[in-house]
Design a protein around this ligand. Structure first.
Ligand SMILES: *Cc1c(COP(=O)(O)O)cnc(C)c1O
Length: 476
């Protein structure tokens, strides 16, 4: 094991490597070209008996690991959603790793607990959430949604299910749209409701939840003696960035006394822009809300901001107080291990503090607004191309389109053509995009939200897509 002097020496070297990586990132293929097993077979089958030097390990990192890395921080990353990172965030992560503190209780690092509390207030106010919302950092939106479902379950059963489990006669029903993220399916399973009690409500032409269909599904269930428990509204679906009509859903939730959870994992960051606050009209009615600064607010994974209206329900759902965890301060402070699933917690608030202070809210707004504007401009360019089709416009930083040569009308052929186009574009290593299906049509989905993306990256990629499509069209 290295000495403290070597730690200092290699630390400097690593930071140099990190800075070089960022400045040469476009020399790597965005999407790794590894094939299954490539990395596994290069790593020995057992751990070494005798320690190896950092230079040796680092060399293998470069030779074995780097070729198997997909470069999420490349500005020409337009796949899935972004997993943002930024220089201040990475610097803070180095400090977090160095402190290696566990943030389960106030006493185990008062600064972590109090900075988390303050950062959640900053984010709440920056994004126009109601002042009576209380926030806590969760690792991911998946975890936050699970917390919401468990809280809903415990609230309505007056904490009986925590004590004695399901009786079997609860007949709880959960509602979301057919376009909702898979983390909701997973949370429904883990919370013990069962897949069959997740009701996927149909969507309108914009792929947003249809509130009339929700109302109908609830009435149907009531007639059958079921117990409508919770509805999940999505602000910015993963497939097409659809925005569920929150205000109407909130009214239905209120009438039927449902828990209302709002999943704004990606699009929640756009709420720093006042012109997008219409997306959360009705949010005062929500019981819980989640968005991911680790997607689109320049903060390294993982950091999900989870907000609740009534923190006592959250804490009563999760608090367990063994003797060895009791402290003299418990009445006066936030012990965040009681606000979620994990006991041990990383000091995540630190990177958010570095990001929010170093960027400043002006720069955060400027970048997010710029991402949106760039995609809106590209959307208009694509719209004017006779051989391309906008399949779903979005007011935010996503565009769903397809290559549609004027002579080609067969839907199956169009799907194959676009699948081949996307595969060729991604195989080039120039960029990375993913797809979705809209009413059976294979659609290329482009999201711009990488921390360092500029208009020129988007232009280059668009020209490249066109050239690749032309080539595919020519070669058949
Ligand atoms: C990405 C995403 C999630 C899951 O986020 P994690 O933090 O990775 O769990 C949930 N909902 C929506 C709408 C998403 O886009």
């Amino acid at each position: 094991m290295i000495s403290i002097e070597e730690f200092r020496q290699y630390g400097h070297q690593f930071v140099d490597w990190m800075a070089d990586y960022y400045t040469t990132i476009d020399e790597y293929p965005v999407k790794s070209r590894s094939k299954p097993g490539d990395i596994f077979h290069q790593v020995p089958d057992t751990a070494p008996e005798v320690g190896e030097s950092i230079p040796e390990i680092f060399e293998d990192f470069k030779q074995i690991i780097m070729p198997g890395i997909t470069h999420w921080q490349n500005p020409k990353w337009f796949a899935y959603f972004q997993a943002n990172s930024s220089y201040p965030s990475v610097l803070a992560e180095m400090l977090t790793a160095t402190l290696g503190t566990q943030c389960m209780a106030w006493e185990t690092s008062p600064a972590a607990a109090e900075l988390e509390e303050k950062m959640m207030i900053w984010l709440r106010d920056m994004t126009g959430l109601p002042p009576d919302f209380t926030g806590v950092i969760q690792d991911t939106a998946s975890t936050a949604t699970l917390c919401a479902l468990l809280s809903a379950r415990e609230k309505v059963s007056t904490f009986r299910i925590n004590r004695s489990g399901f009786r079997g006669d609860e007949h709880f029903r959960i509602y979301c749209s057919t376009e909702t993220h898979s983390s909701i399916d997973k949370a429904v399973r883990i919370a013990g409701f069962g897949d069959i009690n997740l009701v996927k409500v149909e969507v309108d032409d914009a792929l947003a939840l249809n509130p009339e269909a929700l109302e109908e599904a609830i009435s149907d269930d009531l007639q059958k003696g079921k117990h409508p428990l919770c509805v999940i509204a999505t602000i910015g679906t993963t497939g097409t960035m659809a925005i569920d009509p929150l205000k109407k859903i909130a009214r239905i939730a209120q009438v039927h006394d449902l828990w209302l959870h709002v999943d704004a994992a990606y699009a929640g960051s756009a709420l720093v822009l006042p012109e997008f606050r219409w997306m959360i009209e009705g949010i005062e009615q929500a019981d819980s809300y989640v968005f991911n600064p680790h997607k689109w607010m320049f903060t390294n994974f993982d950091l999900s901001a989870y907000y609740v209206k009534d923190k006592d329900i959250l804490i009563r759902t999760f608090a367990i107080m063994p003797e060895y965890l009791k402290t003299g301060m418990d009445e006066k402070v936030n012990n965040y291990r009681n606000w979620g699933i994990q006991m041990g917690r990383r000091f995540r608030a630190l990177k958010l503090w570095f990001v929010l202070r170093n960027f400043g809210t002006n720069e955060i707004r400027r970048r997010i607004r710029n991402h949106i504007q760039m995609v809106q401009e590209l959307t208009e360019i694509i719209r004017l191309e006779p051989d391309y089709e906008i399949m779903m416009p979005s007011p935010l930083s996503m565009v769903c389109f397809r290559f549609h040569p004027q002579s080609l009308e067969d839907e199956e052929a169009l799907n194959n053509l676009n699948r081949n186009l996307l595969e060729a574009v991604n195989a080039s290593g120039n960029t990375f995009m993913t797809h979705t299906k809209i009413k059976g049509a294979f659609v290329i989905r482009l999201v711009a939200g990488q921390t360092y993306v500029e208009g020129r990256h988007l232009q280059e990629v668009w020209e490249f897509i066109k050239a690749t499509a032309e080539k595919i069209g020519r070669d058949g």
